[in-house]
Write a protein that binds this ligand. Structure first.
Ligand SMILES: [Fe+2]
Ligand SMILES: [Fe+2]
Length: 374
């Protein structure tokens, strides 16, 4: 295999993709890798879990849906898709407004880290497991995420920056999550990822004048992958009804609140990016939450009441607290620390206020499988 000519879009497993990217690492930039290395509440993390417990899952209760999903993934509809072609318009990085450029690069680095975080976790599960159903699924998902991360890195490289994924794999801190937390968090991040990508794609379809970078043209097929990954986690949870009942519903509520709140705050840190897209971040958040909630009804017995009078103002308070934390950090010294501490207390209070909004309850359907409908 020739590493120089093979592209990450054409790889069939995550290891191969890593090797391709390793060969390109001489172009990687320190600053981008440093940013991807950060571990804060708002930056994408790397996860590890109890792989033996995951490996012990028996998918027979969902066998028919499972086999159909795996067959779809094995058919590999997106093989070769994630690379530049004639649709990739020239990007005028030098002419881009500096604030937009900064935010957009930050968005790409954060997205690349998140994609790669999935790749690393899925690849590890595939490597450690012996359950043929589970290892097959995780191999296929790792393949997809490796392509996604590789493609974003291609886009970054044009701007003169790229994330060193091999370095990240070795050096970034891993957060341990019990398997059930991995299901909730990963399921949600796949479904919210689908909702985010498809909302931007549909918006830019209607308003192509706002498509300031060609990567958005790839979002439709992209979110098809994320949708399938989400389906897989829904089926995994379906194998054990306890995961979505009793006290675990409180955990589900916690993860829903954390994932939605994080998205809101993170997106509001990029005003120039959203302005260039012609998207109001409040509208966008509401749209993505609505879609995600509708989708998660396939497996979760509750959804968050995002129409509750306390929801939006509390998200705004959380955002303001986050601005205060950042200002304190920037100021430094004792005064800065106080500002930061005040911000952290306000953020914690806002989170509690969000978490205590009563949920919307509903009956989960017999069959879990969904088709992308947006
Ligand atoms: Fe992905
Ligand atoms: Fe995914």
């Amino acid at each position: 295999m020739n590493m120089q000519t093979k592209h990450t879009a054409d790889i069939t497993n995550a290891e191969e993709s890593l090797a391709v990217q390793q060969a390109q690492s001489k172009f990687d930039s320190q600053a981008a890798t440093d940013l991807a290395m950060q571990n804060t509440l708002l930056t994408p993390r790397f996860y590890t879990t109890d792989f033996d417990e995951l490996d012990a899952i028996d998918v027979s209760p969902v066998r028919a849906d499972w086999d159909q999903l795996i067959a779809e993934m094995e058919a590999d509809p997106n093989k070769g898709h994630f690379k530049k072609n004639a649709d990739w318009d020239t990007v005028d990085w030098d002419g881009m407004e500096p604030e937009l450029k900064k935010e957009f690069i930050d968005f790409l680095i954060s997205s690349c880290t998140a994609e790669f975080s999935g790749c690393v976790l899925y690849k590890e599960m595939k490597r450690r497991g012996s359950n043929a159903d589970i290892t097959k699924l995780f191999q296929l998902m790792a393949r997809d995420e490796a392509r996604h991360a590789g493609f974003i890195n291609d886009a970054l490289r044009e701007a003169g920056v790229a994330v060193n994924l091999g370095f990240l794999t070795q050096k970034k801190k891993y957060t341990y999550f019990r398997p059930k937390f991995i299901y909730y968090a990963t399921y949600l991040s796949e479904k919210i990822g689908y909702a985010r990508y498809i909302t931007i794609f549909r918006h830019l379809e209607a308003h192509p004048e706002h498509r300031f970078h060609p990567i958005f043209k790839w979002f439709e097929e992209w979110c098809g992958d994320e949708f399938r990954h989400g389906e897989a986690f829904a089926l995994l949870m379906k194998t054990d009804p306890k995961l979505t009942a009793g006290k675990n519903v409180l955990w589900i509520k916690f993860f829903l609140t954390a994932v939605y709140a994080t998205m809101y705050v993170r997106d509001h840190q990029r005003p120039a990016f959203h302005k260039a897209l012609g998207v109001d971040p409040d509208w966008y958040a509401h749209e993505v939450f609505t879609k995600t909630s509708k989708l998660t009804e396939q497996i979760f017995p509750i959804t968050l009441d995002i129409e509750h009078p306390r929801w939006q103002p509390t998200l705004e308070a959380l955002q303001a607290a986050n601005v205060q934390i950042a200002a304190g950090k920037k100021a430094g010294g004792f005064g800065g620390k106080l500002t930061e501490l005040g911000g952290s207390l306000k953020a914690a209070l806002a989170f509690v206020k969000l978490y205590t909004i009563p949920t919307v309850k509903h009956r989960v359907p017999e069959s879990t499988r969904l088709e992308p409908a947006y």
